[in-house]
Structures are given as structure tokens and as C-alpha cells.
Design a binder for this molecule. Structure first.
Ligand SMILES: Cc1cc2nc3c(=O)[nH]c(=O)nc-3n(C[C@H](O)[C@H](O)[C@H](O)COP(=O)(O)OP(=O)(O)OC[C@H]3O[C@@H](n4cnc5c(N)ncnc54)[C@H](O)[C@@H]3O)c2cc1C
Length: 503
């Protein structure tokens, strides 16, 4: 989510999750975990010998720490193990294996469908592992999995370096990278996973496995877009760094009534303009009335403006600006944090588990577009956004092409490249549990109505339990290789969740 509308609308108060969602999770778990020890209370088992915190139901922080970013989920793990070293993670995995306790893996806790939480099982949480170390030449960074995006950007900015990431401050680098990682530098520098050159992982036996181009390169391949929760627990990422200074930020606002013309003009332009320009278009519900363009350009405002002419000539915006600013200022502005945080370097505060308190109920899903939407498809979008059960709804268009599409589809587990033009990101959020069904139905019906017009693929980081053919939708033809890598590194399917690679 590049947080124009979505982040603003997701900053509502927390409400407890729906019983329907809870029931669904228990059914999933029983089906998945026939060989586990769910019947035995965890308090009857030996205590895991980790140095980090351990929380059980009834402990003071338990209720805060069991929350997912999406308040639609209300899961109650039997314990949460906060690991703060490789040894802790090793001990946690060995303890869970010995005691047949089902686990989930959590870093930033932003999974749309709460795949990093588990009802009645144990959450292995690496959110306290947040170190970032640069090599002497400042070309490579070793990054622990618990750091979230804004503190990571702040740390790297001190050396005028960047890893291309999304803009939401509190998303974890781990989940983002392992499922892809799209942001406003993606067309110029690639996805986050495209800049990943190594991982250190604790496998299902509690052994450390290192994957890079020289050893276990198949596992590195899998972690570049297909690794979230599937093969082991990543305790360190190695990334290639890019230099960064000022960027040009483009903001456009049109009248909502011009949405169809703007969508047509944007899709002709966004994925074939200069690679240094990454843009997104957000069309909100008709009632909210927002029609916004945003772009980051690695070059001067004058050049950015000239590149925009084809779209400006087609539909004249109501408001338009291009401003040069330090990259970090732009990242703070789009971080979704309250302005007082965004304006200053508050990276210390940001290491708090903010995912535990900043959220609403939401449902989001996605499609990929490989051939431009025709008028019939654009009408489906306009019609859906004209009749919404919650005004806090939108479709965001994320431009692809450039550096993303230059990588061959088979070179990484992330398959949404080649002729992919853009990602459609459908979003709706609301406050009351009583409205869950109508809002979820709206988005499911919307996505269904779009199917004749789109590619059949979906973005794995915008995971959606309601996509039944998710293996193909998320990974395309790469799913076969992911299955064989699963059989090699996790033959007993210890790491599993409702949409995990099964082997
Ligand atoms: C508000 C918001 C804004 C977003 N904006 C963007 C955006 O701009 N661009 C974008 O591409 N995506 C975006 N996303 C989606 C985001 O990339 C995914 O939700 C991502 O998976 C979150 O990672 P996490 O570590 O925070 O979540 P978690 O819930 O902790 O983990 C997500 C998945 O990864 C697994 N996992 C977590 N840590 C590890 C680990 N150490 N080893 C192995 N597996 C692990 C989990 O088991 C789970 O399956 C956004 C999400 C939200 C809620």
C-alpha cells in the first residue's frame, strides 16, 4: 500500500475482531496441524530457553502483542516468543519441534490476512532483531528482520544510501522483501527483493542455512518473492545499496468525474515513461471524491514536468506540483505516520511495536494488468467505486515496467514482470465488526467482476484468503520450483499457514 488514501483511512481506533474470522482460523489450523500438540496447554510444556521475552495469555502485554495490523483478525496464540538472537530462534524452533507446537513467524505484523499469527499455537516473533550494518564501502547492508521501513530508511539516509522499499513506516522489511516489496523507487531500482543478495535462515531442524549466489542459491531464488513464512525464519538479509540524494515529487489532483479519462491516460503513460519515474494513481470511492496521482522521479523537477506532458495534455489536473526534496523527506511524508512524527526524525519511537495499535479493519486484494484496461473494464471500476458500503475505499494503480520488468521471470520467485504493466490494488476499510461481511463481499464481487479484464495474477504481499487459485496467481509458473525447494528445505511442512507453499 502506498499510503495516500489507505493509510489515512486505516488510522482508526482498534476494535475486536469478528467471530467469523476467528472460527475460520481455527478450522484452518486443525486441517493443517494433524500431528501437533494443540490439546495440551502450553503452560504444561517445558519453557523455551530463549533470552527474549515470552508472553502467555493473561500477561500484561499479551493483548497488545497478539494484535495484527488488520483489526479484522482476533487470534489468541498460546504463547509469543520474542527472539533477540539467532540462538533464540534456533531454540524456539527446536522447542516447537520437540513439543509438536504449531508456529507462525512474525516480523512487522502487517500481513493483510494475519498469516504471521496463529490461534492456540506459538508466534515466533523476530521484531526485536533490528540491527543494520553497512560494509566499509557502503555498497552492502546486513539487515535484521525486525526493523520496519521508516527506521531502516532513516538509518541508511545517514550515509545517503537506500534500499528501494514501500512507504508505510511500520511494515517489516522481512515480510515486504520475502513477498516482493514495491515502492516509489521500484521502476528505477527494482523491488526490494531484487536488491536482496543473501539471507541467513533458521531451518525446520533449527540449523542455520546461509543462501547467496555461491551456496543454497535455490533458497535465495525462493526468498526473492516467494519466501514469506514458507522455508524457514530469516534472521538476516543482505542487500545491495543505492546512493540517493534529492528526488522530484509529483502530485496531481483531478476531479473525480474525470476518473475514466485519467485511468486511460495514466495507463498509456505510466509503465513506459522514463524508468526513473515511478508513479501511482489512486481512485477513491465516488463519495470520498479523490483522484490523485503521485510520482517520484530521480532527476530535476523541470525534466519531471516535461515527462508528464503526455498525461497533462490529455486531462488537465485541478492541482499539480513538482517539488525537489531530500529523499528522506518524501519518505517521511508518505510514511502514513502522524505529521508530528513524519516531520522529524523520530526513528527511536518508530521501533515501538506500532503495528499493535495503529489499525482498522480492512480487506485488500489485487490484480495485475498486462494489456491495457478497455472501456468496459474502466466502467466496472467506476461502477464499483460509485456504490460502496464504506467511503474509505479505493483502487490504487501501481506502475510496473522499468527495472522490475528487466529481470527475467524465471530469475526470481517473483513472477510479475515481463509484459506486466501495473498492479491494481483494491482496498476498503471500516470500523465496526458488524460491517465485515458486506465490506468483504463488496471487494470480492469487485475483484470477480474484473477477472475477464485482467491477467489472473495477484500480488502475494497483498495476500487474500479468498483467492482460491493463489499458487498460480501469486507465483505463476514459478510455483513448481517453489514446491521442490520446499521439499528440500522443509520436507515435513513445519512452516505452514493457509496459503503456504506445500511442497
Ligand atoms: C499499511 C500497509 C502498507 C503496505 N504498503 C506496502 C507497500 O507500499 N508496498 C508493498 O510492496 N507492500 C506493502 N504492504 C504489504 C506488505 O509488504 C506485506 O503485508 C508484508 O508481508 C508485511 O511484512 P511484515 O513483516 O510487516 O508482516 P508479518 O505479518 O510479520 O509477515 C508477513 C509474512 O511474512 C512471513 N515472515 C515474517 N517475518 C519472517 C521471517 N523473518 N522469515 C520468514 N518469514 C517471515 C510471515 O510469516 C507472514 O507470512 C503494506 C501493508 C500494510 C498493512
Amino acid at each position: 500500500m502506498i499510503d495516500i488514501v489507505a493509510m489515512r483511512i486505516s488510522r482508526r481506533g482498534f476494535l475486536k475482531g469478528a467471530g467469523a474470522t476467528l472460527a475460520c482460523s481455527i478450522v484452518d489450523l486443525k486441517a493443517l496441524c494433524k500431528d501437533t500438540n494443540l490439546s495440551k496447554p502450553i503452560s504444561d510444556l517445558e519453557r523455551p530457553k530463549i533470552k527474549g521475552r515470552i508472553l502467555f495469555p493473561g500477561d500484561a502485554d499479551y493483548n497488545e502483542e497478539r494484535k495484527n495490523y488488520n483489526a479484522r483478525f482476533d487470534l489468541s496464540p498460546a504463547s509469543i516468543l520474542f527472539c533477540n538472537s539467532d540462538n533464540d530462534v534456533i531454540e524456539a524452533v527446536k522447542w516447537a519441534r520437540r513439543n509438536k507446537v504449531p508456529i507462525s513467524i512474525r516480523s512487522g505484523g502487517h500481513s493483510y490476512e494475519a498469516f504471521s499469527l496463529i490461534d492456540k499455537g506459538t508466534v515466533i516473533d523476530v521484531g526485536d532483531m533490528t540491527a543494520v550494518t553497512l560494509n566499509a564501502k557502503k555498497t552492502i547492508a546486513k539487515v535484521q528482520p525486525g526493523i520496519t521501513l521508516m527506521p531502516l530508511c532513516e538509518t541508511l539516509w545517514k550515509d545517503q544510501r537506500v534500499i528501494p522499499v514501500g512507504s508505510c513506516a511500520t511494515v517489516g522489511i522481512a515480510g515486504a522483501t520475502l513477498g516482493g516489496g514495491y515502492g516509489l523507487l521500484a521502476r528505477s531500482m527494482g523491488l526490494t527483493c531484487d536488491n536482496l543478495i543473501g539471507v541467513k535462515m533458521v531451518d525446520c531442524h533449527g540449523n542455520i542455512v546461509v543462501a547467496d549466489e555461491h551456496q543454497n542459491s535455490d533458497l535465495l531464488w525462493a526468498c526473492r518473492g516467494g519466501g514469506g513464512g514458507n522455508f524457514g525464519i530469516v534472521t538476516e538479509f543482505t542487500f545491495h545499496l543505492h546512493p540517493i540524494e534529492n528526488v522530484s515529487i509529483v502530485r496531481l489532483r483531478w476531479k473525480w468525474e474525470e476518473a475514466a479519462d485519467v485511468m486511460r491516460a495514466w495507463q498509456d503513460w505510466a509503465c513506459q515513461v522514463d524508468d526513473k519515474m515511478t508513479s501511482i494513481l489512486t481512485v477513491s470511492s465516488k463519495k470520498a471524491g479523490a483522484l490523485l496521482g503521485l510520482a517520484m522521479y530521480l532527476g530535476s523537477p523541470a525534466k519531471a514536468q516535461s515527462l508528464l506532458n503526455p498525461i497533462l495534455d490529455k486531462v488537465k489536473p485541478k492541482k499539480f506540483s513538482v517539488v525537489s526534496m531530500p529523499f528522506i523527506k518524501a519518505q517521511r511524508e508518505f510514511s502514513g505516520l502522524p505529521t508530528k512524527h513524519a516531520k522529524n526524525d523520530q526513528s527511536k519511537d518508530l521501533t515501538e511495536p506500532v503495528h499493535a495499535r495503529l489499525h482498522s479493519r480492512f480487506k485488500s486484494t489485487s490484480d495485475y494488468v498486462r494489456a491495457n484496461l478497455d472501456d468496459a473494464a474502466i466502467k466496472v471500476i467506476i461502477d464499483a467505486l460509485s456504490e460502496v458500503p464504506s467511503d474509505s475505499s479505493c483502487v490504487q494503480f501501481d506502475s510496473y515496467g522499468g527495472a522490475i520488468n528487466r529481470i527475467p521471470v524465471k530469475d526470481t520467485a517473483f513472477c510479475h514482470r515481463a509484459d506486466t504493466k501495473y498492479c491494481l490494488h483494491y482496498q476498503i476499510s471500516w470500523a465496526q465488526a458488524a460491517n465485515d461481511i458486506k465490506n468483504v463481499n463488496w471487494i470480492n464481487d469487485f475483484r470477480k467482476a474484473m477477472q475477464p479484464h485482467v491477467s489472473g495474477y495477484a500480488y502475494q504481499n497483498y495476500c487474500d484468503r479468498d483467492i482460491s487459485n493463489w499458487g498460480h496467481a501469486y507465483y505463476g509458473d514459478n510455483v513448481g520450483r517453489l514446491n521442490s525447494i520446499k521439499r528440500k528445505y522443509d520436507p515435513d511442512n513445519f512452516f505452514r499457514f493457509p496459503q503456504s507453499i506445500v511442497g
